[in-house]
Design a protein around this ligand. Structure first.
Ligand code: SF4
Length: 330
């Protein structure tokens, strides 16, 4: 195997997937100042790395500023990130706030500290975003984080709710984006090895692993190995929601359903043989041409960001759909 070739392919795939997510959800626009939250883990390092690559070739002009919150966890190597960021020559800010002591004081021994810790971190990062004049806050959550959240919400929260690629912060003041939304975690693990990021372990605070999230993550990884394409199709399913075929009365007016006397294109095929559209995945590596139509992924296309999403979507949709008859007609 030619390692350099494989690495180059991985880099192209990462840029394509991130570019497409940015395009699809208009995550970054001309003139944006994007605050990239860096934790020292593989995901946020990769996020910054890929955004810097796209910044050089994307049609929109935008600024990046990296931010790390030093929460004063015992043993946190405070010099690692500043040294790395200085080498990159990118504007950055290290915010030092001892949230570790607060969390330790407030949360009873043996209880998980993550929920309070994240709430404190969120508030601080929003404030820093204001101080830095950031118009967007970029987080390093990836495809597998989104799907884990979806399943956890179903299993334990009785809700069909994932993790949005773009949202308004809970204080209403910021737009938060997740440019890695289409990226499988396994690609980020490999990219961190290729780029040799100086990873800071995330176990410094001594908080227990979230066991349920870990179990769901293991299940997704197992599916990905045994049934290639399934996990990506789950992500695609989040983009192809049919409210009339779910059961939320707030989303669809079931009470108002009446026979119209006209055939319905999206009607229920109650008595027909079922056919399922098999949606090829973003990360499968095929249909490269169609996917490269996304303006952020390809410097050859230079429409405005706002104008490109529709055409890219059409091209990729046409190229990605194949139909497989699951059962012959009776
Ligand atoms: S693992 Fe530690 S640093 Fe991370 S959210 Fe939980 S308590 Fe905070």
């Amino acid at each position: 195997m030619d390692v350099a070739f494989e690495n180059r392919k991985l880099e192209k795939r990462l840029c394509r997937l991130v570019g497409q997510a940015i395009d699809d959800y208009r995550m970054i626009e001309d003139g944006d100042r994007v605050m990239v939250c860096l934790s020292g883990g593989k995901d946020s390092y990769s996020l910054l790395d890929i955004l810097m690559r796209l910044q050089r070739r994307a049609p929109a002009r935008f600024e990046l500023v990296a931010v790390n919150l030093d929460q004063k966890q015992p043993g946190f190597p405070a010099e690692v990130l500043p040294n790395y960021l200085r080498q990159l020559g990118i504007p950055f800010h290290i915010e030092t706030q001892d949230t570790y002591s607060i969390v330790k004081k407030v949360v009873p021994e043996g209880k998980t500290m993550c929920s309070l810790c994240s709430r404190l971190r969120r508030g601080i990062l929003y404030r820093v975003a204001c101080e830095l004049g950031a118009t967007k806050i970029a987080l390093g959550h990836h495809r597998d984080d989104i799907l884990q959240t979806l399943l956890l919400n179903m299993f334990f929260g009785a809700k069909l709710k994932g993790m949005p690629p773009k949202l308004v912060s809970d204080n209403g003041e910021h737009v938060v984006i997740r440019p890695l939304a289409y990226v499988p975690e396994k690609d980020l693990i490999r990219w961190a090895q290729v780029r040799q990021f100086p990873i800071i372990p995330c176990s410094l605070c001594g908080s227990q692993d979230n066991l349920q999230r870990k179990q769901v993550g293991d299940m997704l990884r197992e599916w990905d190995k045994r049934f290639p394409g399934r996990v990506n199709n789950m992500l695609k399913a989040l983009q192809n929601v049919v409210p009339s075929h779910l059961m939320d009365r707030g989303l669809f007016d079931f009470a108002g359903v009446r026979a119209t006397g006209r055939p319905e294109a999206d009607g229920d095929l109650a008595f027909d043989p079922q056919t399922l559209p098999l949606v090829a995945s973003f990360a499968d590596g095929d249909d490269e041409e169609a996917l490269d139509a996304a303006s952020w992924a390809s410097p050859a296309m230079t429409p405005t960001v706002a104008g490109a999403a529709g055409s890219a979507d059409n091209a990729s949709t046409q190229a990605q759909r194949r139909v497989i008859a699951l059962s012959p007609a009776p």
